[in-house]
Write a protein that binds this ligand. Structure first.
Ligand code: NOJ
Ligand code: CA
Length: 714
């Protein structure tokens, strides 16, 4: 009797062990199956409308100094399914209300022999899957070191991918579009010569990775809530078309120092047969925790200009002098050094920018190169270059503070850390106190060069913790952060909405370092922007950089109108108008769009989208009746057709359409544009040509009867 009872129990355990656990998305279009292989290796697969998106793929982690890694020998000891449907309001964003709707499966695995427990939690949304590893508190797994995470993503075909090289220190590459099997052959040419590092393998790429299958499915792999963990790259086994996670190592080659209870970030796979669904998905934010900042009233979307493009183009300099006076901060006597005569952050120039910002209604003025250290840093990798509180002699902090205040403009702080994370941490409190005392409430940080201490990388766990520490410390001081060269965002801005911007991709600066591909901006929303807003710094009106600096022959590969559209297509609560005031003064009619465009939105409509080719987005300004539309176009001229059915049917509007002229072209005729005003309603339709590297931008405002007199209907 007892024996047969045990037999039954055994049979039951066996049945649980081999049975596939299935999870369906709320709309039933996605199915995820979890299967434990005969040797106890966890696997999962994902289907969309009956098509394989992820073929059976292994899950697990390889631990350091551990005879038994978390790879196999598991039995399922518990499963739990739940459903969730709620909504939340972001502090800023592409829409006012975000729905978080998913079905969840949590599988508890117990490892035979070690008795260790691992939970794999899957959340299946209508547009994709998120899953993560959880390590509950337990006696046999307390402190452990990850040698490698072994999460696989087995592709069902030789998809087209939009990829950049897997690199531990830069994300500022142009994208390459190729078949998966072509990655290896193209890797060398995909690494730009000015990149500081080399990728870890011939088939390693970064996330967010955007792909398109031959059958027309769009697949996007990324991660969410990258906290206290190393950033994930993907390494392709190009014979079998299987990606495997490849974490960023630290100076010892280790990939994660863990202490249970803890968890990995979420791994995300978005999928749809409509590219617009990828742009509209909020999976990445939904997989992050709600805001930890209670009073968010001080977090404000910001439009700014800056003493910046003139340094980027090489017209002026960050450093005050070309002499290297001293590495002893605070002891440098700058009255004795020879100024180089081209220092950008001088009082008169900063005042010029403050005046321009005040005149045109901008919120802020970024000033880089205001503090001593640049002369010591350039070309040297030194630890103690900047103290973040000592201005150059021609930058009068209090005078400029009062000048800006009187004009209703905020100065934006700049902290170039020179990659020295420890030096920055040592000075952080004083630097933030200095900011507060001088009326700054936003900082742009930067991490150019190799990370110091030596041997660490921009995206390893230790350095990621540094970026996170800065954001949390800034929140204590009510400071907004825009980090350049930091790890690519993973939706953490939901939890820390003072992180109003990041660079973490190839920004506009590269247009002055030789140029970027004209279709770059049609890819970024599908890749880099999946994790959060980018400080892309658009708004360049003079494409011939030699007109700013005769020694710089770069050409900005974009039409002027394409630059306008970016304020809509590249969503960010922080937007710069990057060009010089004198260039805006030449095109004030087009500049009007940059002045008018909103930074925060109630609704976003993704009207047309094809990665690498074009996209058209319409957004409704937060709390207002006005709308803005942006279209950006790749290499091939194209006619876009959109309906204005998103408008309120009871209202009449005036649309100001900024379009490429018929003969516009990003290379040979970028400044040719037309501006027309027409009356539109929700019945209107627009057919509009976008030039190569071009686009169009529209501002739509509610109109009174008097105002529409004399205007034509669209
Ligand atoms: C690189 C950043 O992307 C750029 O915006 C900044 O001006 C320089 N570093 C100097 O910090
Ligand atoms: Ca950069």
């Amino acid at each position: 009797m007892i024996r047969s009872f045990f037999f039954l129990v055994l049979l039951l355990i066996f049945a649980i062990a081999v049975r596939a656990q299935q999870l369906q998305s709320p709309n039933d279009q996605l199915i995820m199956s979890f299967v434990l292989q005969a040797d106890g290796t966890p696997t999962y697969q994902l289907n969309y409308k009956g098509q394989a998106v992820i073929k059976p793929s292994k899950l697990g982690l390889h631990l350091k100094n551990d005879a038994k890694s978390l790879l196999d020998g598991f039995s399922i000891t518990n499963t739990q399914t739940t459903s969730h449907d709620s909504s939340w309001e972001p502090v800023w964003g592409e829409e006012k209300i975000i729905r978080n709707h998913y079905n969840e499966l949590a599988v508890t695995l117990t490892q035979n022999g070690t008795n260790r427990q691992l939970i794999i939690r899957f959340r299946l949304f209508d547009e994709g899957l998120g899953f993560r590893y959880e390590f509950p508190a337990q006696p046999n797994l307390v402190y452990f070191v990850i040698k490698e995470e072994r999460t696989q993503f087995a592709m069902a075909g030789n998809h087209t991918a939009f990829w950049i090289a897997g690199d531990y220190d830069t994300q500022e590459y142009d994208y390459t579009t190729s078949k998966l099997t072509e990655i290896r052959g193209l890797m060398k040419s995909a690494i730009q010569p000015n990149a500081s590092q080399t990728p870890f393998s011939d088939t390693g790429v970064q996330t967010a990775l955007m792909m398109k299958t031959d059958a027309g499915l769009y697949i996007n792999i990324h991660e969410a809530a990258l906290i206290n963990y190393s950033c994930m790259h993907l390494n392709l086994d190009d014979k079998n078309l299987v990606f495997e996670s490849w974490l960023t190592p630290d100076a010892l080659g280790d990939k994660g120092y863990m202490q249970a209870p803890t968890q990995s970030p979420w791994r995300t796979i978005m999928v749809s047969d409509d590219a617009r669904t990828i742009l509209a998905s909020r999976i990445t934010y939904n997989l992050n925790e709600p805001s930890k900042i209670e009073d968010t009233s001080w977090i404000k979307p910001t439009k700014y200009v800056g003493v910046w493009w003139e340094m980027i183009t090489g017209k002026s300099s960050w450093a005050y002098t070309n002499e290297v006076p001293s590495v002893q901060l605070g002891k440098t006597d700058f009255t004795k050094v020879k100024p180089n005569g081209i220092h950008g952050a001088n009082n008169a120039n900063v005042k010029k920018f403050i005046d321009f910002a005040a005149q045109h209604g901008f919120d802020g003025v970024l000033v880089e190169g205001w503090n001593i250290g640049w002369e010591d840093w350039f070309g040297n990798s030194k630890d103690y270059v900047f103290d973040f509180v000592t201005p150059y002699p021609d930058f009068n902090v209090t005078e400029l503070r009062d000048y800006a205040k009187a004009k209703g403009v905020k100065l934006i702080m700049h902290h170039e850390t020179s990659g020295s994370t420890r030096n920055y941490e040592r000075h952080l409190d004083k630097a933030f106190q200095f900011m507060k005392a001088n009326n700054y409430d936003a900082v742009k940080t930067g991490y150019v060069g190799s990370i110091l201490p030596k041997g660490f990388y921009h995206y390893d766990q230790w350095t990621n913790n540094h970026y996170q520490h800065v954001v949390e410390k800034a929140a204590e001081y009510k400071i907004m952060v825009n980090a350049h060269e930091a790890v690519r965002p993973t939706g953490i801005a939901r939890t820390w909405p003072n992180m109003i911007g990041n660079e973490s991709a190839r920004g506009t600066e590269f247009q002055a370092f030789g140029g970027s591909k004209p279709n770059h901006v049609t890819i970024l929303p599908f890749t880099r922007l999946i994790g959060g807003p980018m400080d892309y710094t658009p708004g360049v009106f003079e494409m011939d950089i030699s007109k700013i600096n005769p020694n710089n022959n770069s050409h900005v590969n974009s039409t002027l109108v394409n630059q306008l559209a970016l304020y809509v297509t590249m969503y960010s609560p922080l937007q710069m108008a990057a060009d010089l005031p004198e260039n805006y003064n030449r095109f004030l009619d087009a500049f009007q769009f940059i002045k008018d465009v909103a930074l925060d939105w109630d609704v976003s409509k993704y009207l047309e989208a094809e990665p690498g080719q074009y996209l058209t987005i319409a957004r409704k300004a937060k709390g207002k009746s006005s709308w803005f539309v942006g279209n950006v176009n790749g290499e091939t001229p194209r006619t876009s057709t959109i309906a204005f059915d998103f408008l309120d049917a009871t209202k009449t509007y005036i649309a100001t359409i900024y379009a490429d002229a018929k003969d516009a072209h990003y290379k040979i005729n970028p400044q040719a544009y037309t501006i027309r005003k027409v009356v539109v309603t929700n019945k209107s339709k627009l057919t509009q040509l976008s030039a190569a590297g071009g686009g169009y931008a529209i501002s739509i405002v509610e109109a009174t009867k008097e105002k529409i007199k004399g205007l034509k209907k669209l």
